[in-house]
Ligand binder design. Sequence first.
Ligand code: G
Ligand code: G
Ligand code: MN
Ligand code: NA
Length: 249
Amino acid sequence: AELIADLRRAVDERQLHLEYQPIVDLATGVVRSAEALVRWRHPRLGLLAPAAFLPLAEETGLIVPIDRWVIHEACRAAATWRALVPEATVAVNIAAAHLRRPDLIATVTAATATAGLAPRALTLELTESALIDGSEAVLERLAQLRELGIRIAIDDFGTGYSSLSYLHRIPATDLKIDRSFVARLDTDARAYATVEMVTRLAGAFDMEVVAEGVETEGQHAAVTAIGCVHGQGYRYGRPGRLAALHTPR
Ligand code: G
Ligand code: G
Ligand code: MN
Ligand code: NA
């Protein structure tokens, strides 16, 4: 209960910050994209990862003001980054509860406009479980976001229902293959076949694939050979400061 009161204050008192994990273009090795991940510097408990407070935020509805702050902050950062890397894009995670709210459109519009950011430079990451809702209102909202130019990524693909019919209905631009498949690429022929199949399917749907959780050289070689467009994972970089994205490793 005390943590709820703390969390309520966290946004106002500027205790949240974002870390950015690089997403590389596998064909060129260039980093032109990053995923924003929220952190909470709690006054007594120290640095908290999302797993320590997002479930509580979701239960209490505080996730909406938190995600709203994240969207604004990430747009501001993306605009700064694009002054150096013109095609750079930033991805933010959107909670299921937020996707169900009509005002998500207004939040995104305000954030990109305030930051002077081209909407195509912002990707909203949605999990399969958030999307499976599949109500007309949600589909309509996704279509509106796409019309504005915002990119839509299906996050952690393969861990939810992964229904083929919803791939037809969701107007996604990117598909992020869950790291549980990537982790087994080196040793498990079935995991390899799964990543290969999903990558082909995504290509046919005009979606760009991001292989998540790439840690080893073997996994990097595999996702490159398979033809995934992007890679994300400790092989390329951990979440960190925005400035670290454009210092060569
Ligand atoms: O940062 P970490 O690697 O611990 O992230 C764990 C998970 O927390 C991510 O996969 C993502 O689903 C979720 N997450 C991180 N940042 C945000 C955020 O700003 N908003 C929402 N809704 N989820 C986030
Ligand atoms: O998809 P999601 O938004 O859940 O992904 C972000 C989460 O994945 C973050 O918690 C991040 O720290 C974690 N992550 C990113 N790269 C790697 C990796 O190479 N290995 C592992 N185990 N976790 C990773
Ligand atoms: Mn994500
Ligand atoms: Na993911």
